[in-house]
Design a protein around this ligand. Structure first.
Ligand code: PLP
Length: 374
């Protein structure tokens, strides 16, 4: 059997990883400033994480949500404390799309309404509801296309009063658009969304799958705007590579048996991964480090010839180039041995481990200058 061919691949096979470095099977070392789409938060193969996972694996890896898994409560307590949302509740899932799917469902259950407002260039995942609120017709199958979703212009306050009404169950927005090109939602925009949701009863969902979990220099990027969403979704960095996600739910949204469910979400190994990630984030002050290293990088990127604009917060950085991003990304990978991502035709996307230090930042700045000057 062959694989269903949906991914264009680089001819690279990685066999080892440590911190912000990875090695291919020929022994070539690379710097990883992308973390496989923002997944590696505390660094590859962190010794504390590996020890915890290995120890758990040898005891019990999985049982379903029909028995007590004390790691779930431990994780909820930690997420609440580190994020500043101790009064919210946590539902554990397996991915970002599944988190958004459940967030939309909860908003609809809670309000009894069907309609949702999303924004231009949004990306929320590929499952039915998540892809319906994603602004990319090429990945929306006819079965997922629905009249319940309206797209309003991202970061535009005008029009929100007419656009969000008592008919809407939810408004879903990324605190920083990732796939959409690292576009930061302005404080004024998020505050206006909060206000309009309060006025209409629509539930405000902050998709924090890419921009959350400390990446922005705050636990959640919307915390810069001082707002409290009704629902937040997470995944990616939450498990540092172990597939897991979460939905943080405000106290006014009530749970009942059977309302949501999942076979794998919150299993023993996922909880150990999630707890280890938060332990390391706290012990190594990684949120503060993301803020500091991100600021250093953004400051120095501004001055590089060929860089048109630098966007983002913390270690979620979009570098808009004057030239097309494809050849620059390839030169960084194959000549400088640095993994980066991209968004659109001109934007280089950095989503490194939150432990990235100044020395690695300097290495990247020098390499980018080299490839842009050729
Ligand atoms: C903002 C955002 N939401 C949701 C998702 C979907 O997450 P997953 O691929 O884990 O389903 C992504 C993935 O890139 C994302 O960036």
């Amino acid at each position: 059997m062959k694989l269903f061919d949906v991914y264009p691949l680089y001819d690279i096979e990685l066999v080892k990883a440590q911190g912000s470095r990875v090695w291919d099977k020929q022994g070539q070392e690379y710097v990883d400033l992308y973390g496989g789409h923002a997944v590696i938060s505390i660094g590859h193969s962190h010794p504390y994480y590996v020890a915890k996972m290995t120890e758990q694996m040898s005891r019990i890896g999985f049982y379903s949500n029909s028995i007590i898994i004390s790691g779930q409560e431990e994780l909820a307590e930690k997420v609440g404390r580190v994020s500043g949302y101790a009064d919210y509740t946590l539902f554990l899932t397996n991915s970002g799309a599944e988190s958004n799917e459940n967030a939309l469902k909860l908003a609809s259950f809670h309000t009894g309404r069907k309609k949702v407002v999303a924004f231009t260039k949004a990306f929320h995942g590929r499952t039915a509801g998540a892809v319906a609120v994603t602004d990319n017709p090429s990945i929306v199958a006819p079965i997922n296309s629905t009249e319940h979703v309206t797209f309003l212009p991202f970061n535009q306050v005008e029009g929100l009063i007419e656009g969000i009404t008592e008919e809407h169950a939810a408004v879903i927005v990324e605190g920083i658009q990732g796939v959409g090109g690292i576009q930061v939602a302005s404080d004024a925009f998020l505050q206006a969304l909060r206000e309009r949701c309060d006025a209409t009863g629509a539930q405000l969902i902050l998709d924090s799958v890419q921009c959350g979990y400390g990446r922005s220099g705050q636990f959640f990027s919307h915390q810069f705007a001082g707002i409290h969403p009704d629902i937040m979704t997470t995944a990616k960095g939450m498990g540092n590579g172990f597939p897991m996600g979460g939905v943080l739910i405000a106290p006014h949204i009530k749970a009942s048996y059977g309302l949501l469910g999942t076979t794998f979400g919150g299993n023993h190994l996922a909880c150990v991964a999630g707890n280890a990630v938060l332990d390391v984030i706290e012990q190594e002050n990684l949120i503060q480090n993301a803020a500091k290293t991100g600021e250093y990088l953004m400051q120095h990127l501004q001055g590089i010839s060929g860089v048109k604009e630098v966007r983002g917060r913390g270690l979620m950085i979009g570098i808009e180039l004057e030239e097309a991003v494809g050849p620059i990304r390839d030169a960084l990978l194959f000549k400088e041995h640095i993994f980066c991502g991209y968004a659109g035709k001109h934007t280089l996307r950095l989503l490194p481990s939150l432990a990235m230090d100044k020395a690695l930042a300097d290495r990247f700045l020098t390499s980018l200058q080299t490839v842009l000057s050729k």
